[in-house]
Design a protein around this ligand. Structure first.
Ligand SMILES: Cc1ccc2c(c1)c1c3c(c(C)cc1n2CCCN)C(=O)NC3=O
Length: 278
């Protein structure tokens, strides 16, 4: 079992403002007393025992720490320190202050293709490095892609939040139903064995959003979104893609491949819809 620093994190860091919150996790700005440097502290509630449902499983957290230690890359957030108290573990992480790519897109509605290429190049450099070490993120989405400095002419991208990431071992079969509906691959929904391909599907969805401001599969409910993914119900609406190159659309189609069965399913569902409209 991994051992983390038993000291009190507050002896070394002054705890600051909340940057984000999630299930059993909170991210806060922290100020390193010895150097004056600012970091991001990810405070995680750990289950007290195997029967408890409150908090995260410690082995899940150990995998996140193991993965972060294994991937040092300019486009991936750096882990500096790990502290553990009775029911809480604190990851001290590199602080990125440029905000989420999501907000950057929202302010611009959508990006020039040249800007999207610059972002995708950095995202894929970080992702390619992870995949070369058989590590899969499994929660790629604009909220987990952050900018180091949004005012720089060419902001540096940092992949964050490895809470769902997994390191594959030779011949291992791994299934997971976790993730964010808009971005998850069909094999995640079907509980099929997973691979790096699940990340590449998310990259296809993110590229679609970067270029159009639209989310290709989003429905009014999560169930509708998941149904759209299963039947591959997406299209390059002319109103949003008229200025997009065929190269970019081809890139997306290779990442969100419509298989023959899915074309048949979609045709069947559209035939049903036609008969319904009569
Ligand atoms: C300035 C700022 C604002 C919000 C932040 C962060 C930084 C941040 C950071 C991290 C994580 C996991 C979440 C974070 N969040 C929460 C939202 C992330 N989608 C992190 O690892 N480093 C950060 O700077």
């Amino acid at each position: 079992m991994a051992v983390f620093k038993p000291e009190n994190v507050e002896d070394f860091y002054e705890i600051g403002e909340v940057l984000g919150s999630g299930h059993f996790a909170q991210v806060r700005k922290v100020h390193e007393r010895a150097t004056g440097t600012y970091w991001a502290g990810k405070f995680l509630k750990i289950r007290k025992n195997a029967c408890s449902r409150l908090g995260l499983d410690r082995s899940r957290l150990e995998e996140e720490v193991d993965i972060l230690h294994a991937i040092q890359h300019p486009n991936i957030i750096t882990l500096k320190d790990v502290f553990e108290s009775r029911a809480e573990v604190v990851l001290v992480l590199e602080l990125v202050t440029g905000g989420e790519l999501f907000d950057f897109i929202a302010e611009k509605e959508n990006l020039l293709e040249s800007e999207a290429i610059e972002f995708m190049e950095q995202i894929l450099k970080g992702l390619g490095f992870m995949h070369s070490k058989n590590i899969v993120h499994f929660d790629l989405k604009p909220e987990n892609i952050m900018l180091s400095d949004r005012v720089a002419p060419h902001p540096n991208i940092k992949l964050i939040d490895f809470g769902l990431a997994h390191r594959f071992h030779q011949g291992e079969e791994y299934r997971s139903s976790s993730g964010t509906p808009q971005y998850i691959a069909p094999e995640v929904i079907a509980s099929d064995p997973l691979s790096t391909a699940a990340d590449m599907w998310s990259i296809g969805v993110i590229t679609f959003i970067l270029l159009s401001g639209l989310s290709p599969f989003q429905g009014d409910t999560d169930d509708e979104t998941l149904r759209n993914i299963i039947v591959m119900n997406y299209e390059f609406a002319a109103q949003y893609f008229s200025m997009t190159s065929s190269m970019a659309k081809d890139f997306i189609q290779k990442l969100l491949p419509i298989t023959r069965t899915q074309v048949a399913k979609r045709n069947r569902s559209s035939i049903n819809m036609k008969s319904f409209k009569k």
